[in-house]
Design a protein around this ligand. Structure first.
Ligand SMILES: C[S@@+](CC[C@H](N)C(=O)[O-])C[C@H]1O[C@@H](n2cnc3c(N)ncnc32)[C@H](O)[C@@H]1O
Length: 308
C-alpha cells in the first residue's frame, strides 16, 4: 500500500510476525498515515481491536478520519510511552500484539512546514509533539558548546561534533539561529563537500532525538510493552538507526535471560524469569525491490519477539 504521505516499510513482514490471533487486541504506537494500521485491520476479524497512537497532530487527524467508520479502531494523539495509561482507559489488560515503526514519516520529512528537513527553509523546530516547549532553535541558541558537542556525538555519532558546536556558538553571537537553513549553512561551512549530506542528516537526527527524548521514551515503551503482552503475544519494532536498534536488541535480549547473577556466583540467586522468546535471530531488512521502490526503507531493521 502506497499513499501520498508515506509508504509503509516491511509491511508484509511486520504483519506476518505481529498478527498471530485474528481476534486479538493490537497496538500500533506509530500510527502515522495508517499504512501498518490498515494492514492490521485487514488481517484481524470483526472481533479484533486496534488501538493506535501518534504524537504528531497532522498524522493523527489524517488517520483518525481515514479509519473513522471502523468500529474496531481506537486512536489517541499521545506518546506511545503512555501505552499503560491508554490500556487502562480502554480497560485492556493485555495486548496480543504491539507494534512500532520508529522515527518520522515521509510527510514530516518532505514538508518544509513540519520543520524536519534541512533541505528547505522552515523554523528550526524538530518537535514531533508541538505541545512540547523546547524547540531545536532553543537548544542551538542557548546550550553551551560542550552540551551541543555531546548531543551531536551521542545522538548523531558525529565525529566532527566539537568543531560544529564551536562554529554554532561563534555564529549565534552575530545572529540568532532561527531556521533549518541557518543551521544547515553553519554545519556545511565546516564540513567537506562530500560529507555534507551525511553530516547534516546526523546533526538534525541528533537534535531530533534530543528534543523528543526518543531513546529514553523507546526504553520506557519497550519495558511497559513486555508487561502488557499476553502470553504468546508478539512485539514487532522497526528502527532506522543504530542507536534505536541497539536499544531494541538489548532489551529483547535481557528479557530472554533466565539468570543475571555475576559470572563468579556459584549458584543463581537472582530469580530472573525470561519473558520473551526472540523470533528474529538477525534483524529483518527490506529486499532490494523494496529499497528500489522506497529509498527511505534502506536503513530499516525489524526485530520481533514473543511473550512467553
Ligand atoms: C515512520 S512513521 C510511521 C508510519 C506508519 N507506520 C505508516 O505506515 O503510515 C513514524 C510515526 O511515529 C510517530 N512517532 C514517533 N515517535 C512517537 C512516539 N514516541 N509516540 C507516538 N508517535 C510517535 C511520528 O509522529 C510518525 O508519524
Amino acid at each position: 500500500m502506497i499513499n501520498d504521505h508515506h509508504t509503509p516499510v516491511l509491511l508484509n513482514e511486520s504483519l506476518e510476525f505481529l498478527v498471530a490471533d485474528s481476534n486479538g487486541i493490537y497496538f500500533d504506537g506509530t500510527l502515522g498515515f495508517g499504512g501498518h494500521s490498515d494492514g492490521i485491520l485487514t488481517k484481524i476479524s470483526n472481533e479484533g481491536t486496534l488501538v493506535a497512537t501518534d504524537v504528531d497532530a497532522d498524522a493523527f487527524d489524517y488517520s483518525k478520519k481515514k479509519f473513522s467508520s471502523d468500529k474496531r479502531f481506537k486512536s489517541y494523539n499521545l506518546n506511545f510511552s503512555q501505552i499503560d495509561i491508554i490500556a487502562k482507559i480502554e480497560s485492556i489488560k493485555f495486548f496480543d500484539g504491539i507494534f512500532a515503526d520508529l522515527g518520522v514519516s515521509s510527510f514530516q520529512l518532505d514538508n518544509a512546514s513540519a520543520g524536519f528537513t534541512y533541505r528547505s527553509e522552515a523554523k528550526l523546530d524538530l518537535r514531533m509533539d508541538k505541545k512540547k516547549v523546547i524547540t531545536a532553535a532553543d537548544v542551538v541558541n542557548s546550550f553551551s558548546e560542550e552540551e551541543l558537542a555531546k548531543i551531536f556525538f551521542e545522538f548523531g555519532e558525529e565525529r566532527n561534533s566539537r568543531l560544529i558546536a564551536k562554529k554554532i556558538c561563534e555564529r549565534r553571537k552575530e545572529k540568532k539561529i532561527e531556521t533549518t537553513l541557518d543551521l544547515s549553512e553553519i554545519v556545511s561551512s565546516v564540513t567537506p563537500f562530500k560529507l555534507r549530506t551525511k553530516t547534516l542528516s546526523k546533526i538534525f537526527q541528533a537534535l531530533r532525538i534530543f528534543i523528543n527524548d526518543e531513546l529514553e521514551i523507546l526504553k520506557s515503551f519497550l519495558n511497559k510493552s513486555v508487561e502488557l503482552l499476553s502470553s504468546g503475544g508478539r512485539i514487532v519494532i522497526i528502527s532506522y538507526h543504530s542507536l534505536e536498534d541497539r536499544i531494541v536488541k538489548d532489551i529483547f535480549k535481557y528479557e530472554t535471560l533466565d539468570c543475571i547473577c555475576p559470572k563468579d556466583y556459584p549458584v543463581c540467586k537472582c530469580d530472573k524469569v525470561p519473558r520473551l522468546k526472540i523470533l528474529t535471530k538477525k534483524p529483518v531488512i527490506p529486499n532490494t525491490d523494496e529499497i528500489k521502490n522506497n529509498v527511505r526503507s534502506r536503513s530499516a531493521k525489524l526485530r520481533a519477539a514473543e511473550r512467553i
